[in-house]
Each structure stands twice: as structure tokens, then as C-alpha cells.
Design a protein around this ligand. Sequence first.
Ligand code: AMP
Ligand code: GLY
Length: 430
Amino acid sequence: MHVLVIGAGGREHALCWGVARSPLATRLSCAPGNGGIAQLAECVDIAVDDFDGIVAYCRAQSVDFVVVGPEGPLVAGLVDRLDEEEILAFGPSARAAILEGSKVFTKNLCKRHNIPTAAFERFSDLAKAQEYIQDRGAPIVVKADGLAAGKGAIVCETTEEALAAAADILGGQFGAAGNEIVVEQFMVGEEASFFALCDGRNALPLATAQDHKAVFDGDKGPNTGGMGAYSPAPVMTDEMCQKTMERIILPTMRAMEQDGRPFKGVLYAGLMITERGPQLIEYNVRFGDPECQVLLARWQSDPLAALIAAAKGQLAGYEVDWSERAAITVVMAAQGYPGDYAKGTEIRNLAGAEAIAGVSVLHAGTKLDGGRMLANGGRVLGVTAQGRDIRTARERAYQGVAAIDWPEGFCRGDIGWRAVEREEQQESEA
Ligand code: AMP
Ligand code: GLY
């Protein structure tokens, strides 16, 4: 079959990597793709929000299955459009993608169905929001209601900071995404990313992962889309996964179905593992980036077959096999990210990195210029490695990083630190 992946980031490179190894895929395209994706798929220059262009390409090139990577086109209704055109697609409808598109929707759903999440209030009036913040005090979290590229949540250590965040967001810092804000209780615990493949009715838990959102070592500095990830997440024990399914994912699936918004695609729960168990921080309606890279590294059975089963409503009894090995992705970003950064700098010796056993370089923001690979985004590469444990995988990933000749790039030096500390502690106890 001819498969079309929509998107241009590291997540989409990982999806193409997974699809390309399926015997079901006889042809693979990606719109618009990037310099790395071009090595395994035909990249077509169609923007992710050009629905007419995507449909026209599907018709002209007999695309059988579309996998939508990013949230933007999902929230804007790309899967609905493809459904109308009778083109099979992986991803939620716009009505279901509202789980990511509106934090207010999700928080209300949690309240109605007793899904554990931080206590919250919503506001569109600044004076009322500020009164509430004064009343509650810090630490407290202020969030824009809509999509803000992962930057719309401000964790505030002081009341002053929270008052200013509320004023900035309601004042238009994130445009219409901030017409409403959610002010919520600060939760204490360890974060994890939990993924479930969903077919409208059934939810199949996938492997667990953890990412590092802050830009600098020691989880310092501003939040980014994600500077690295690893899988499995040691904090997600079998018991914690089961609680997450029972208390969070399955009630959400039932609520969405009752509401006439059955959820198909991948449901990504950002969790805080607290003393009282898993609490929902937020939902995303797509794979995480860079979590997708580590999931696809460990995904042993056919990933394409699983995505098709989800799209067709056939997940009952379905199983996915995972490698016992750990995987880690270290993101290399352009200096300056998540602020201003330069594009067009040259990256050399990617082949040297990939020659290291267990290392694959997934591209997040690159473009090919003749024979040269150029940086073309903030997050540029995801050096991905596997090993018998996180520590081994991490050593390999950093060997890969060291092999890459790109002076204008940087990465965190401590991806996986929590997991490595745990492994070392377990060893010293043994
Ligand atoms: P979000 O955009 O909602 O995923 O939030 C981004 C990041 O802010 C999360 O990954 C957490 O690190 C942090 N965060 C969000 N909400 C809370 C909360 N209620 N308590 C503590 N940290 C939070
Ligand atoms: N890695 C976080 C995200 O994809 O939202």
C-alpha cells in the first residue's frame, strides 16, 4: 500500500522509519518531510495545513493510508476531511482532538468523570483571575486554553509571577489561544508520558517514556518542545500503568464516546506521578516528539499494522511487541533555541554517528541542499540509541553526538539522568 505521513519533524521521521520496515508498505511519501526523511520516503512539498493539496495528492498518487503527525492539522480537521473523501487516516477527528485543542474542555471532562487532575478554575476576566491567584497563592500554574506550541503553561513560583502570566496571556501573548486561561494547583511528583493507541472504543497501552522539556542540564531554563527522551520510564511500573488505564485513559475513552466524539489515534497523557498515584497534567492527541523516536526504536511488531487497526476500529485483542532493550534520544538543537537561532548551517559526518552500533539519527529540522545537510529548525536532530539498559543506550547516543560535526548545534549532556541514577542505585543495592 501507499502510505503518506503528514509532518516535518523528528516524530514524523520516526513514523516513517516504523512504516518503512512494514511489509505492508510498498510506497512511502511524506508531506512536507525533511532532509532525513527524504532518505526513506518521497518528500512532497505540501504544507500540513493545505488540506486541498493533501487530498489532491492522495487522489493522484493512489494513497491508501494517511498518518497525521502534528496536532495542528488534527485540531483543524484533516482527518474529518480525509474521511469525507473516503481516504483511510490515522488520527482523531477535530471533535476528538479538542482534548489537546482546549484545556478547558479537558479539565471539564476530568471534573465530570472524576479523572484525577490538578484542581483548577477557568477565567476570561483578568480581575477575577487575579483575585483567585491572590487567594490561592504560589506555587501555582497558569495556562492558555488553546494550542501554544508547548509554551502556553507557566509554572509560577511566586504570586507576582502568576499575576503577570495571567495578564500576559489574557492580554494576547498567545493570540486567541489565550482568550481563556486555566489556573491550576501545582502538583508535586515525577512526570511521565503515557501513550495509548485508540480505535474509538478500545485503548491499547503502548510503551512508556519520559522526556526532558527544559533546555539546559539539570532541567533548568525555559521549556522547549523536548530536548530528549527515553523508554521505558522506570517510574511507570506495571501497577502505575494499570492505574493510569483504569483511572484516566478508559474513563476518557468512555466519556468521549458518550459525548459523540469517539477518540481514534494515539492519546498521549502527560502525567504527574504523585503520592496519590497518576494525575493528568494534559492530553495530547498525537505522538510525543521526541518520545515517538524512542517508542519506534523499541516497537518490534509491525507499527503500520497497528496504526491501521486503530484507524479501522480493530484494536480489540490487538497486541504490540516491545523490545526489552532501552532506547534514548538526545536532541541536538541550533544554538539559541528555544529563542532566536540561525538556519542553514551545515551538519557533517552523520554517517559516522550512524556507523556506531545501535545508533540512528532521526532528523527534526534539516534540509538537503545538493549533497549537504543543512539545519532548518530549532530542534534539528534526534540521536537515538538502544542498549540493554538506559545507561548503555545513553553512552551510545552521546558517542553518536560526539561523531557529528556541527559546531552551531548544542544538546543537553544529562538526558536520562533520573533513570541512570535509579539503575546505579539498584546496582549498588544488589
Ligand atoms: P502542559 O503544557 O500543560 O503540558 O505543561 C507544561 C509543563 O508544565 C508540564 O510538562 C509540567 O512540567 C508543568 N506543569 C503543567 N501543569 C502543572 C501542574 N499542575 N503542576 C506542576 N507542573 C505542571
Ligand atoms: N515531548 C512533548 C510533546 O511532544 O509535547
